[in-house]
Ligand binder design. Structure first.
Ligand code: HMG
Ligand code: MG
Length: 298
């Protein structure tokens, strides 16, 4: 059975732009977010309050957020620690996301902490965010494979998901950071999480499309009952020269499939494609999304 409605968690402005080589002007980012909202997306991850040296592409978070915060859509932002939460709350953010890893190697590479240290950092962040009435998403990266460690055992993912849930995260997003998952593995992980007490209704899926499996993996997750799917307009993200990190599932490809399945998303595909074509012009290269290419004259 497939769900009647899917909530798309749009990550192009964050996961997409954080990987761009060239830095995108703040005004262009703001217009991108506005156009995404105009296309009917209702959850638009806007930016990250991380260390500006670690992700220079998003160093303008303080300037950007006030340019879009009047929009009547959910605008989650990433926060890696208390300092990030301070910055986000000071600007009135209503939704934040912490981001953990299922592997030691990526916790170290991404957060400069061991896995347990990173969870210890998140614990008071989540508690304080909840006390402030903020919605908290918990990302788990490297749920399927890791560039340093290879295949990731299910129990490692379950452990981190359970820890984030116990802290009070409202929802979790299962990240296939390097895009190696296949549908059977997705179903195994979802079943395993359910068996260990993590219900499907708190789970979202976050697929990168490195191996062209993102849409197949999404369909498997929908068949299991998942209704929150992360995607990036135009398939933005990733460095074309880095083997292990391409863009997310393209939002247009997702919407095309969901429309065909009769699943409601509230997204106007024409407007979304026009937004991605516009963004591709700003970035100076065509969108990798098959649907954007098919529906435009790029
Ligand atoms: P660190 O160097 O260990 O930081 O980095 P620290 O805690 O030792 O602090 C050092 C200095 O940085 C201090 O300043 C802090 O105040 C400052 P000083 O006292 O020396 O003057 N600082 C900050 N400044 C501004 N904002 C902050 C902040 N935190 C500390 N938030 C840290 C640790 C976590 C900060 C760093 O590793 C970091 O920023 N990492 C972010 C990495 C990142 O953004 N990765 C991409 C997002 S995750 C992702 O893309 C995966 C996902 O899409 C899902 C998937 O696909 O799997 C979500
Ligand atoms: Mg990602």
């Amino acid at each position: 059975d497939l769900p009647a409605r899917v909530r798309i968690h749009e990550v192009g402005a964050r996961d997409g732009l954080q990987n761009e080589k060239s830095s995108v002007p703040t005004a262009v980012k703001a217009e991108f977010v506005r156009r995404l909202a105009d296309a009917g997306l209702t959850t638009i991850e806007a930016t990250s309050f991380v260390h500006p040296k670690w992700v220079p592409q998003l160093a303008d978070a303080e300037e950007l957020f006030p340019l879009v915060s009047d929009l009547e859509v959910a605008l989650p932002v990433l926060v890696p620690n208390q300092r990030g939460l301070d910055r986000a709350l000071a600007l009135g953010a209503k939704r934040v996301a912490v981001f953990a890893s299922a592997t030691e190697s990526f916790a170290k590479a991404n957060l400069n902490r061991t896995l347990d240290e990173s969870l210890a950092v998140f614990e008071p962040v989540v508690r304080r965010a909840k006390d402030e009435g903020t919605h908290v998403r918990g990302y788990v990266s490297m749920c399927f494979g890791d560039p340093w460690e290879g295949a990731v055992p299910l129990h490692q993912v379950v452990r981190v998901c359970t820890a984030l849930r116990d802290m009070g995260c409202d929802e979790l997003s299962l990240g296939d950071t390097i895009g190696v998952a296949t549908p059977g593995h997705v179903l195994e992980l979802l079943a395993s999480l359910n068996e260990q007490g993590v219900p499907t209704n708190v789970l979202g899926v976050h697929f990168h499309d490195t191996y062209g499996q993102a849409l197949a993996n999404t369909l498997a997750a929908l068949q299991h009952g998942v209704t929150t799917v992360d995607a990036s307009a135009g398939g933005l993200g990733g460095c074309p020269y880095a083997k292990s990190a391409t863009g997310n599932l393209a939002t247009e490809d997702l919407v095309w499939m969901l429309q065909g399945l009769g699943i409601d998303t509230g997204v106007d595909l024409g407007r979304l494609v026009a937004t991605s074509v516009w963004m591709a012009e700003q970035l100076g290269r065509p969108s990798p999304s098959r649907t954007v290419r098919a529906l435009s004259h790029q």
